[in-house]
Design a protein around this ligand. Sequence first.
Ligand SMILES: Nc1nc2c(ncn2[C@@H]2O[C@H](COP(=O)(O)OP(=O)(O)OP(=O)(O)O)[C@@H](O)[C@H]2O)c(=O)[nH]1
Ligand SMILES: [Mg+2]
Length: 405
Amino acid sequence: MTLASITPILLTAVVVLLLAAAAAVTIRRRGAASQDGSASEPTSSIEQEHGTRDDLLESKDERVPVAREPLEPSPEVPREVATPLRDQMPETTAADLVPTVEASMAKSRGLFASFRAARRLRGIDSETWEELEATLLRADVGVATTKVLLATLQEGVASGTLSTSEDLLRHLRVALLAQFEALEETRQRELAFTQDPEAVSVWLVVGVNGVGKTTTIGKLANRATLQGHKVLMAAGDTFRAAAGEQLETWGERADTDVVRGAAGGDPSAIVYDAIQRAKARKYDVVLADTAGRLHNKVNLVEELKKIRRVADKAPGNVTEVLLVIDATTGQNALQQARAFTEAVAVTGVVLTKLDGSAKGGVVVAIEAELGIPVRFIGVGEGLNDLLVFEPQAFVDALLGSEPVG
Ligand SMILES: Nc1nc2c(ncn2[C@@H]2O[C@H](COP(=O)(O)OP(=O)(O)OP(=O)(O)O)[C@@H](O)[C@H]2O)c(=O)[nH]1
Ligand SMILES: [Mg+2]
């Protein structure tokens, strides 16, 4: 056989071998694809050109959201998490530890502990008075009240009954308690309900912006609910956009219903609606939030007067007006608080943010200068961080009790 005669035969054999190999590869690929069940569909011309739909999704990293995103959030990721305002609000649960006034007043007590340490083993001299005055002012007892307290102590020294720094602190304790005693008759431990069986009790909560009104309402609602009362909250702050939503979050936490109106609406109308609803559905009390800021002070005062008037019309009966004051801005807030006491007859003060503040002495100034009893103290951002104000426990927590050596 010549080379020329076998060349066509060789070429034919090579072509046959190549075709056989190609067929084997195609069969293997189909077999593998059909095992994961994904390749039985015929491929379109677009897919042939750009890849399959799955390839497209994967290449743009869209496969997971398109294919797997659940319609509802999973139980581990509650819907609240997606709401920015709720994210910003402090986490709190009914199982929060119940705080103590002693733990909450550690910073204020530190001031008096420093005074003790500085005056240890020394008699009473001019420095003693300077340091005691500075300590009282730093604790935010206020200039006027500090003067009165120091005068009482100086009398004791002059009459020979007080001769050491520890004597001074002991007497200060007595003087502070005597001052709290002055308002003891009006200081009910529990918030009042109407005596009229046909009426609905209303508790109004007022104060300048940011002092903790809405937070306090949440805590009070929780407290009253745990005591067995049926509580309805009224979102009377229509001035600040997020105020209604914030109150609703507290409603969920405290397991309490909330009546809301449109943003920018009339707060008195919302309080009125809440009272009607409370009457119809037999709620015991309407807890009304109010704005802390309006376009100007006159507007705010006029609006509060109107809310109070409306809330006090039958079947509504305003049994408490609580003025919320922020301890960290003590003497300043005190000035602002006067405007509120003129607008609405305040029945008690809630002093917030005592936790972490060294200004616990402002309680003394509030009672002395505003003549209104402090009823509750706020000691944190959680549901349970509200304590009934007890003068004895408060004074003990403020002054501490380590003896001077
Ligand atoms: N540490 C501490 N923070 C508090 C306390 N009470 C309130 N706050 C915080 O103070 C801030 C303001 O509280 P709000 O309840 O919104 O105050 P508000 O008076 O309703 O404010 P406006 O609606 O703007 O007038 C929030 O961050 C609260 O978590 C408290 O007793 N202790
Ligand atoms: Mg508020």
